[in-house]
Design a binder for this molecule. Sequence first.
Ligand SMILES: [Zn+2]
Ligand SMILES: [Zn+2]
Length: 333
Amino acid sequence: MTGQLYTKEIKKAIVAFWLKRKKSEKRRKRPAATLAVFFEICYNKGMGKILTDLHVHTAFSADGKSPMEEILSAAKRKKFGYIGFSEHFDCRFRGRFRALENGEDVEKFAYESAFTDADRYFSRGRALQKKYAKKLTVLLGAEMGFVEDLDMQERYCAVIGEYRPDFVINSVHKTAEKSFYKEIYKNPDGSVPPKAEVYGAYFETVEKSLDAIYPYDIVGHLAYCARYAPYEDRRAAYADFKDPIDRILKKIIAKGKILEANTSYPFGDGFLPDSEVFARYYELGGRKVSFGSDAHAKDRIGDKRERVIETFKEIGFTHLTVPVRGEHILLEI
Ligand SMILES: [Zn+2]
Ligand SMILES: [Zn+2]
């Protein structure tokens, strides 16, 4: 008899709880971040591993190949929990040119090459975000290619202010003069500049990028200078660039940013920066890490994810950090 009563009471309490919950759900619309927290709770209760990839380019990026919808259906098939799009907003320096402006001969810069059409990207992306809400969390992010030019940084601020991306990756693709996409490795006389010089310039630019005036969450592909380098040993080894790497890692930690493992790198560990750098980051107290394939087509999403997760675990990391509109979601690995 007591047992029956007890069961009845519990049933009543459960019904009351759900009714109350339904009412309050009607009153307020739940933001994506709340849904993300729900996923986190489920995960931590052992409902299964949540797969994430927070660095994916679609055909909205100048160099992206697959339409957004194709990537999402591939992600759904592969049972991803989070897919973060990171279209390029990149004022790449292509060279100075002279032009006549109001009859005056002025020097201009070509910057537009990799600047995503934000209107089209965010409106299509937000629609798909809703459409997929029950199947996977779609995050609409942006990869800002760092430029020292403050006018351009303000332009990034304007994009972020107007379209409110769910997260921002801050990446260095170039120095003030030359791109690390092959260009910097070729002197005008055809010779190749020494590695210490090019990589030194790279890390110097990354240090500056950490103080960018636009808000960002993730530091993208640290050691990117190694991706297209022509050197036989292309590694940006921690031992060779100890001081700048330490300064960078300490700053990332002090600023509460997230260090990305980027698997668009077919050499060494198979991701950037290499495991020694992550180990040093951990040693210095860094705990915020993310996974990004930097896929530019649907077949690469989640590429080498297991390898990265295994390395993270070996080092001591226990979580991935997923930034969602300023909130940091922790997912156990
Ligand atoms: Zn990049
Ligand atoms: Zn990218």
